[in-house]
Ligand binder design. Sequence first.
Ligand SMILES: [Zn+2]
Length: 422
Amino acid sequence: MHGFRLHLREDGRHHGLRCLALALLALTGCSKLPDKPVLVHRDNMPNVVLITMDTVRADHYTSRLAATHFPNAYSTSDWTLPSHASIFTGKYPSTHGAVCTGAVDNWLTELDPKHDTLAELLGRNGYRTAAVVANSEMLDASSKLDQGFHYYNSKRADVTAEGVELIETAHGRGEPLFLFLNYMEAHAPYTPPVGQAELQAAVDALNYKGQAPDPKQLRQWVEAYDRGIAQVERQIGIVVAKLQTLGIYDNTLLIVTSDHGEAFGENGLMEHPVSVYQNQIHVPLVIKYPRQTTSSTVTEAVSGVDLLPTILEIAGVAVQPSVDGVSLLHLPKERFVYAERFPCGADNNDRRLGVRKLAAMQGDRKLIWNVDGSADKTEAGLAPAQATVGFDLRKLQTPNTGKQVPVSPERLERLKSNGYAR
Ligand SMILES: [Zn+2]
């Protein structure tokens, strides 16, 4: 599955191939329907291990876990903060408000403490809550994504080593654990470093001046990106092996997903956050439910907002009606999910990147709206009249103006060197 290619699922040819692949899976013992997990008694609360592989796009990732695979999963946004805030609250970016709308030195909006987060809800219900986060720039405590975590380390720790330690400690104490791990190996600068300065120059040249990158260099970056994904997969394997060794894998809810993808020249764009095209929002989602031993596939469009209701249901915690997501155990047919792009910093002034956008997805169909109400038909598979169901387009014209986090000059320099700001 690895390699550079444009992946547009609206294309009938690709759709046919996908159906064929599903048919083959069915023949080899996989079913299209999810295994119904056994909901556990409160005395036997499952561990919850939630892993985000930062920046991993769906068409560059394959998981061999015996689990439920969601080939039409979407992040709610094209970058780290809003997407993680959606996973943690079950709400879309325009509802939770942790987005960016401001100028380059005042652009992050923290997650409002009024939202009940996954960590808060699980913590109140007897879970030990812990996070080890590699994306220290976007997910540090100033984002307020640490709400509800008993332990939150965003200081560039060894994510796997510390995650394994937290699992051992909670197991030793007999505490049910909610563990959140975020990996950065697939994020630029790609590992091992392949000319970050050249990469940044190529990103700026394509995104802002329309100058195509050198094809040979582009190929090298894609290969390095894929090596980063393989590294993350090895780390996840270590975490899984630890759970198995301790004999608690069976009673663990394991979720592996990503917060957004990465562009490699498709639609004349590079890196992220740049759009709500497939390369930016189509992400892996693999869920190993407690007691699940065989694989299955669910083809409905699903979203990061669905993780909170799903996790809470399996943990036996009530879900509030205010969340936008639904439990994946009771997935309605023909449902729409959404992703939003809020232009950031210098992008606000750019002709292409400064446009706020909304993507609506249903099954494997999609339509993108621009802030002025016009349809961006680049990936159109849905008719405009269909794609507005369930989302108030007026929200596009009234961007959230939550509390913004001032960015210090030192942080601004780091953001610039990482390509987040210009
Ligand atoms: Zn990210």
